[in-house]
Design a protein around this ligand. Structure first.
Ligand code: GLY
Length: 349
């Protein structure tokens, strides 16, 4: 697996050295390598399970107060499976449910970007047959994950972005609406207040937002930095006949230039599905892309590692300073792990 080895709470390998000062080197005891149990994660769950199965997440950083939303999304997706819908139909139904709940950063609840106006969203879908499609930086649609499905079903392409993705959606009948909500506006105002001091700094050692500002309008006078925030919604599914799918949707990380796209629509980064299971991520997109995270975890499933162990190890190996969470289903069970609180829902039969 290509995970960062500088993780804080990963599998700690401790070398216990025998340091008897007078002992000749050749008679020293061998150096035992002790593999300690992983440190506990703030979010970790999983179990064995057969039959139809759904796992949803509300984004790393979403606390227990979101439990009803992710549970309802999982139930909705399971109902699709029980009505003989495909694994993909079900995964989309779960993610649409979360896009329509304004508490989550996707669809109706998508983050408002730094200029106070722009909403750019990413979404992706993938099946265990290797079918993949995505939209990036799409605007003015209510359910980006449905547009990603339309890219898969109706075009020869894998990925549409920006104005082209938006026009495609409207052309095929998606309503032209800005999915803004009072919740998203409140989140924007709160972040602006919280981060004012940092954006006001003249020292630009982190990033000079003034220099590279690329939104259509001027930078707001009270410009600020926003903190990391729960960021994506997703669903992974297994149908009763053993097919898998994964879907994701996000309003993206708040503190970005216009046009920034994270891990969600990047093949192998935000999600992956195949004959061994399905994986969906949440967290700091740039870090997830660098680690090819969903595909790396999928490879572990394909090697026979149980879903819970695979996601736990992936999160444990991620640098602590970056938020990350994962959900996965495999042939015999499911797993959820995150290095912050993360609401998740599980439904199966
Ligand atoms: N994980 C969502 C994003 O970085 O945009």
């Amino acid at each position: 697996m290509r995970f960062d080895r500088s993780a804080r709470n990963g599998l700690m390998i401790v070398a216990l050295l025998s340091v008897g000062a007078s002992a000749p080197a050749q008679t020293r005891d061998p150096v035992p390598i002790v593999l300690l149990a992983p440190a506990p994660l703030p979010t970790l769950a999983g179990s064995t399970s057969v039959g139809a199965l759904v796992v949803t997440h509300g984004g790393v950083g979403s606390g227990p107060e979101y439990a009803d939303g992710v549970r309802a999304a999982a139930d909705t997706a399971l109902a699709v499976l029980l009505a003989r819908g495909s694994a993909l139909d079900a995964a989309i139904a779960g993610t649409v449910w979360l896009e329509d709940d304004p508490r989550f950063n996707a669809g109706t609840g998508a983050n408002i970007r730094l200029d106070g106006h722009t909403i750019q969203m990413d979404a992706a879908v993938m099946t265990d047959e290797g079918r993949f499609a995505a939209v990036g930086a799409i605007e003015r649609v209510k359910n980006p994950v449905r547009v990603a499905r339309a890219v898969m079903d109706s075009t020869p392409h894998l990925f549409l972005v920006g104005e082209g993705a938006t026009r495609f959606a409207h052309r095929i009948g998606f309503a032209d609406i800005v999915p803004v909500s009072p919740q998203a506006e409140a989140k924007y105002r709160a972040r602006m207040r919280r981060q004012a001091e940092s954006f006001g700094r003249r020292d630009t050692t982190v990033f000079d937002w003034r220099r590279y500002w690329n939104f259509p309008g001027a930078m707001p006078a009270d410009m600020l930095e926003w903190g990391r925030h729960g960021d994506t919604v997703g669903s992974v599914t297994r149908s009763a006949d053993g097919h898998f799918a994964a879907t994701l949707s996000t309003g993206g990380t708040s503190v970005t230039l216009c046009g920034r796209v994270g891990d969600v629509p990047v093949y192998g980064a935000g999600l992956f599905a195949g004959p061994a299971g399905a994986v969906a991520c949440t967290g700091e997109g740039e870090q997830i892309i660098r680690r090819f995270l969903a595909r790396s975890v999928y490879d572990r499933l394909a090697a026979g590692v149980p879903a819970k162990q695979a996601v736990q190890e992936a999160v444990a190996m991620f640098p602590e300073r970056w938020d990350v969470g994962l959900i996965a289903v495999d042939r015999t069970g499911w797993g959820v792990a995150a290095n912050r609180p993360m609401a998740y829902g599980v439904a199966g039969r």
